[in-house]
Design a protein around this ligand. Structure first.
Ligand SMILES: [Zn+2]
Length: 210
């Protein structure tokens, strides 16, 4: 087992789209176990492969009191309802934001035994799956914020991490872009001025980073 280094925003790899996994071989299984261990070590409840530097469609999730999940090629088939909830991310340590997520989803993925699994999820599990699949498409929870005011310092930022204004933009190759890709581009062309974000004790600290 190996603890993998977690890439931090604004590392450009977090903005790239991950590829489908054609073959679940021993190497990728070992990598998925390392991801699980890295996620647990970092006290996160979810981790996506790009966060540890590899652009493949693989996520790990473990919500409290549930078995850990390793999901190859996951996708959401159905989303129901909307809710606003606090969210954090292992790649954006020390911040939490209020984002819109579904109330429930159903998802499909391949498990480590190469079985195709259908899963219905609500609450934290649903939120974590949506968050991690976003990572596979180069989307971060910051993109779902309605405004900077919806992002808050949690007060646990390590002193050695220096935050500054970050302008970021994703370019999508429009030759093969789907309508969704173009909408995504519209969403993620924005500037986050992290230095303007103030701590706000009135916001309940997000207990989980995903
Ligand atoms: Zn994340």
């Amino acid at each position: 087992m190996t603890i993998l280094p977690i890439r931090l925003f604004p590392d450009p790899i977090l903005r790239k789209k991950s590829k489908e996994i054609d073959n679940i071989d021993l190497e990728i299984l070992e990598f998925s176990n390392n991801m699980l261990e890295t996620m647990q070590y970092a006290k996160g409840i979810g981790l996506a492969a790009p966060q540890v530097g590899r652009l493949v469609r693989l996520i790990t999730i473990q919500v409290p009191e549930c078995e850990p999940l390793i999901m190859f090629n996951p996708y959401v088939n159905k989303k129901l309802g909307k809710r606003m909830i606090p969210e954090g991310c292992l790649s954006v340590p020390g911040f939490t934001g209020i984002v819109e997520r579904s109330i429930s989803i159903s998802a499909t993925y391949i498990d480590k035994n190469k079985g195709k699994i259908q899963l219905s999820a609500t609450e934290l599990l649903s939120q974590a799956i949506e968050h991690e699949i976003d990572h596979l498409n180069g989307i971060m929870y910051l993109d779902h914020l309605e405004s900077h005011e919806k992002l808050h310092k949690t007060g646990i930022t390590p002193d050695d991490i220096h935050w500054h204004d970050v302008a970021y933009k994703v370019s999508i190759n429009k030759d093969n872009a789907t309508k969704m890709d173009l909408e995504t581009e519209g969403i993620i062309e924005r500037k986050i001025e992290l230095s303007k974000i103030k701590s706000d004790g009135s916001i309940e600290e997000a207990s989980f980073d995903v």
